[in-house]
Design a binder for this molecule. Structure first.
Ligand SMILES: Cc1ncc(COP(=O)(O)O)c(C=O)c1O
Length: 404
């Protein structure tokens, strides 16, 4: 018997509400205390920011952590601190948020897109090797959705070509590769604390590193080019005011206490959901087992094969599944190189050589992921119960049954 789909007015399969962010009276009290203290900003009263930086560095097993306004700025100042020069090439994938690429342009460097691994949607190390030229200066591997990139291979390629590695860990708070926290493996690692992220204060970012020179430069760039021990109106580098407030820092500090437990729950649910979805014809969870020991499931991704759903296009399927109560959507609609920014070279004043064109870039795996395959379930849903995971699978089966 076919049940009416929720999108057509039938009953929803999943009735649970998955709240985000999660907070209680402790978070409210902590923030209220800062408000009452009147010590909202820094650097002149930034002790709570410094305390959170230490907590986050310890959590990641890194020597240094530098908080800043968002993940994009974290990536940009980390890249600039690696001493890139105008026209240097930086290897990234086109299956990521625009910031991973736009910050490369902002640093007057050239983003070079290489394809993703069809198993994980992470950067394919073999493609990195093919893209290296004498101008290549850095690689920015994105631990997409919270799953670790193949860091041993990436670090070994970087070492043999003298390249810097800046991990985009904006999806990967608390995730691990071979039992080491992500962000702490490359020269620097960058995090976002924007509203949707697994650790959030509404907005915010962080750079972590073990390298003291990188630390000093990132610290200066986020603080208007000041240097430690310098005068207030003494500016050494082209920085800006990228500092966060004490209010953000106290909230992050309070939220960090929940992260380990929440990450464990998402990881467990992700593993369980994999076991359920791999039994459905036409549904294939992304593969695991390329080194990740903890997956933070900022996004749970599965591949959709429309031929098993009576050729129902992916966007329609995603809408039907969302209507059934699964917090999901179709993800990036196109690879980054198809964005007008790249297609039309709308780089404004950035000094990218005239010869650089993105018109003929083509990454087949990314295109398939965007146009045909990838469906994203958001991280807050991965904090649900085992029964919720079972209902997610049931919702997919319900749609399959209804359309076939
Ligand atoms: C992979 C990735 N990198 C970088 C960023 C940028 O972070 P923010 O929004 O905090 O600037 C994001 C944000 O969504 C992201 O998903």
């Amino acid at each position: 018997m076919k049940t009416e789909l929720a999108i057509n007015g039938g009953p929803k399969t999943v009735k649970t509400i998955f709240p985000w962010p999660i907070f209680d009276q402790t978070d409210i009290d902590e923030v209220a205390n800062i408000v009452k203290s009147g010590r909202w900003g820094n650097p002149d009263c930034g002790d709570i920011v410094a305390r959170f930086e230490k907590e986050f560095a310890d959590f990641c097993g890194s020597r240094y952590a530098i908080a800043c306004v968002n993940g994009s700025v974290a990536l940009r100042i980390a890249l600039i601190a690696c001493s890139v020069k105008p026209g240097d090439e930086v290897i990234i994938t086109p299956y990521t948020f625009i910031a991973t690429a736009s910050i490369v342009l902002e640093a007057n460097c050239v983003p070079v897109f290489v394809d993703i691994d069809p198993d994980t949607y992470n950067i394919d190390p073999a493609e990195i090797e093919k893209a290296i030229t004498p101008r290549t200066k850095a690689i920015i591997p994105v631990h997409f959705a919270g799953q670790a990139c193949e860091m041993d291979k990436i670090m070994s390629i970087a070492k043999s070509h003298g390249l810097k590695v800046i991990e985009d860990a904006c999806h990967a708070h608390g995730a691990e590769y071979k039992s080491k926290k992500l962000g702490g493996i490359g020269d620097a690692g960058c995090f976002s604390f924007q509203s949707s992220k697994n650790l959030t204060s509404g907005e915010g970012g962080m750079v972590i590193t073990d390298d003291q020179k990188l630390f000093d430069m990132v610290d200066s760039l986020r603080n208007v080019g000041r240097v430690k021990g310098g005068q207030w109106y003494e500016h050494h580098y082209l920085g800006c005011n990228y500092r966060i407030t004490q209010l953000q820092a106290i909230l992050l500090s309070s939220q960090l206490k929940r992260l380990e437990e929440q990450t464990r729950k998402r990881h467990e649910n992700g593993t369980y959901l994999n076991s359920l979805l791999e039994k459905i014809d036409g549904i294939e969870p992304l593969k695991r087992g390329k080194g990740e020991t903890v997956h933070s499931y900022h996004i749970y991704i599965f591949k959709y094969d429309k031929s098993k759903f009576n050729n129902l296009p992916k966007p329609e399927f995603a809408k039907m599944l969302a209507a059934e109560g699964v917090p999901c959507f179709m993800g990036y609609p196109q690879p980054l190189y198809r964005q007008p920014l790249f297609r039309n070279r709308n780089f404004m004043c950035y000094a990218i050589p005239e010869s650089v064109s993105y018109k003929d870039v083509s990454c087949q795996v990314t295109e398939k992921a965007c146009y045909e395959e990838a469906i994203w379930i958001m991280q807050n849903a991965m904090l649900g119960s085992k029964e919720d995971m079972e209902l997610f699978a049931e919702a997919i089966r319900k749609i399959q049954n209804a359309v076939n």
